[in-house]
Design a protein around this ligand. Sequence first.
Ligand code: IPM
Ligand code: MN
Length: 359
Amino acid sequence: MTRRIAVIPGDGIGIEVTREATALLEALKRRARLPVEVVEFDWGAEKYLREGVSLPSGALRMLEREFDAIFIGALGDPRVPSNQHAADILLGIRFGLDLYVNQRPVKLLEAKLCPLKSRSEKDVNFVIFRENTEGPYVGIGGIFKPGTAGEVAVQEDLNTRKGVERILVYAFEYAQKQGLKRVCMSDKSNALRFGHGLWQSVYGEVRQRYPAIESRHLYIDTLAMEMVRDPGQFDVIVTSNMLGDIISDLGAQLQGGIGLAPSANLHPGRVSMFETVHGSAPQIAGKNIANPMAALLTAGLMLDRLGFSNIGMEIERVVAEALRQDCVTPDLGGTRSTTGVGGWIRERVLQSLQPTQVM
Ligand code: IPM
Ligand code: MN
């Protein structure tokens, strides 16, 4: 059965690196008979400025009905200082489709890229599960006396039993299925007694259902420190929305940089969305120097999820090979272009796959 993929290139370098991901998908389709169909949507700053439309009405239902996966490029453009279109599109899809799992693998593919001394590939290999539909991201709040000396801003932090439980269960189930031994839950319950107190009590219940898994809790500040001191102690980390946002950028650096970090937004049984962890980087947009590796690894994560795990593994293997051979863009100290690196990886992935391997 053909998998239908909605592609939203987004803004800035999002557009450039997404082009490399779609070129890979199209080549896999043409030359290795990968059964995919790619449909592009021009949602982003350009359309928002032109037509005032961010996420078109009916878009969520259409994505849900007609697609198996969504691939989204980074959103953000200096001409839209409020970033309203990005909130509407990215957060609109995460919340609107209830994609409550944000899976962010942290895997060092080439030891020389790790900023920590004497660490190798085996020391940095874990997954962060970030709650993706609650926390301060829900947008509940308001401003009182705006623009005055007495201005007050309130931003609520939403935590529900259902929301906390399902992300914890997902993380434990993932560990169990993947044969991983250690799950670390992180929050700030020593300061946020109510919201993260709920994380504590639900965690206390959920962990008991998984006696074979070694579970522990770290406050988020300690976790940040431990991720740097000894990243090898983690298999699975699970945390709330904003804390997960912050530590996933820390994780991205441990694996060699934000240009290498893929992610998936999931709700089991529903259409999922795949995105790079990096942003639209307007300052380097249009120069053909953005690193396409995160986008290609994200495509791999998506194909893995769509049932083509051999291709996902192959993409990862070839990206590691490119890193080893210094076939890299300037962010990693190289001189190659976005299209140069993208093409190099694409050709090698194609060469290694026989048509029959894909089906
Ligand atoms: C991310 C990004 C987004 C987030 C922004 C753009 C709203 O930083 O995907 O990590 O905070 O979730
Ligand atoms: Mn982020």
